[in-house]
Design a protein around this ligand. Structure first.
Ligand SMILES: Nc1ncnc2c1ncn2[C@@H]1O[C@H](COP(=O)(O)OP(=O)(O)OP(=O)(O)O)[C@@H](O)[C@H]1O
Ligand SMILES: [Mg+2]
Length: 246
């Protein structure tokens, strides 16, 4: 994905919310966008998803200019927005049906439900699942059309600490297994350290990238109790604090 010269102002906003955003994200890279409330994280993610047209600049994914939503670049929101009266399988199939696929739907749904460890819940109504399980259904639905890029806007913030950590580790593992490019918005630095290969810091007020750093951790070190994790968390927290005060 190549983001070049992206700037954005809302009609109702005083000044630009984002300015001069340049980013090159490798296929398969997991990138966290970090910034405090109002720094423009969701705005940038909506631009990457083709849901908002930037005032300036362009986004390209695999050479295609992003001008509208597509099953190739899918955004997953904080609330899972499932249909409660449908089963897990039916919800997971929605993205495929929406993109016009009519053959092989059942097999593909079975694959993605297995990927998110929900096979045994396939025929349950989603209203009978926990919040964490519902997030997994939403993830399965997003993954079913085999997107190249998955965009996540604070998708785990409503989950309890243990469920959240399990989801963070699982989603990273799934992305790596599929070679999926994952871009996640967070204001939780530890989420970025657990999940991302790289952290991009957005500075509020200016709407610029204040820092862009590699999260140098092996998968085995990506857990809260590991020493390497704590060191990396300290380093990123320092960047975050310095950025906000400068
Ligand atoms: N539709 C809109 N019209 C006008 N201004 C908007 C609109 N949406 C967002 N903004 C403004 O743009 C700025 C960035 O908003 P954005 O939602 O991108 O921030 P964020 O980093 O995602 O914040 P949060 O962490 O609270 O979700 C804020 O000042 C917000 O008030
Ligand atoms: Mg937001």
């Amino acid at each position: 994905m190549i983001v070049s010269g992206v700037a954005h102002s809302y009609v109702a906003s005083d000044g630009p919310v984002l300015s001069g955003i340049d980013l090159t994200i490798r296929p398969g890279e997991v990138v966290a966008l970090i910034g405090r409330s109002g720094s423009g994280k969701s705005t940038l993610l909506h631009i990457l998803a083709g849901l908002i047209q930037p005032s300036e600049g362009a986004v390209r994914i695999g050479g295609t200019r992003v001008t509208k939503p597509s099953p190739r670049w899918i955004m997953m929101f904080q609330a899972p927005s499932l249909f409660p009266w449908m089963t897990v399988s039916q919800n997971a199939a929605l993205g495929l049906r929406y993109s016009g696929q009519s053959t092989g739907v059942e097999d593909r749904v079975a694959d993605v439900l297995s990927l998110v460890a929900l096979t045994e819940f396939a025929d349950r109504n989603v209203q009978d699942l926990s919040g964490g399980q519902q997030q997994r259904v939403a993830l399965a639905r997003s993954l079913a059309p085999s997107p190249e890029v998955l965009l996540l806007d604070e998708p785990f913030s409503a989950l309890d600490m243990f469920t959240r950590q399990a989801m963070q580790q699982d989603v990273r593992a799934i992305a790596k297994r599929l070679g999926l490019t994952l871009i996640l918005v967070t204001h939780d630095v530890s989420e970025a350290v657990l999940m991302a290969d790289r952290a991009v810091f957005l500075k509020s007020g200016a709407g610029i990238i204040a820092d862009d750093t590699t999260v140098d951790l092996a998968d085995a070190e990506r857990e809260l109790s590991s020493t390497a994790f704590k060191t990396e968390l300290g380093r990123l927290n320092a960047i975050y604090t310095t950025m906000q005060s400068s």
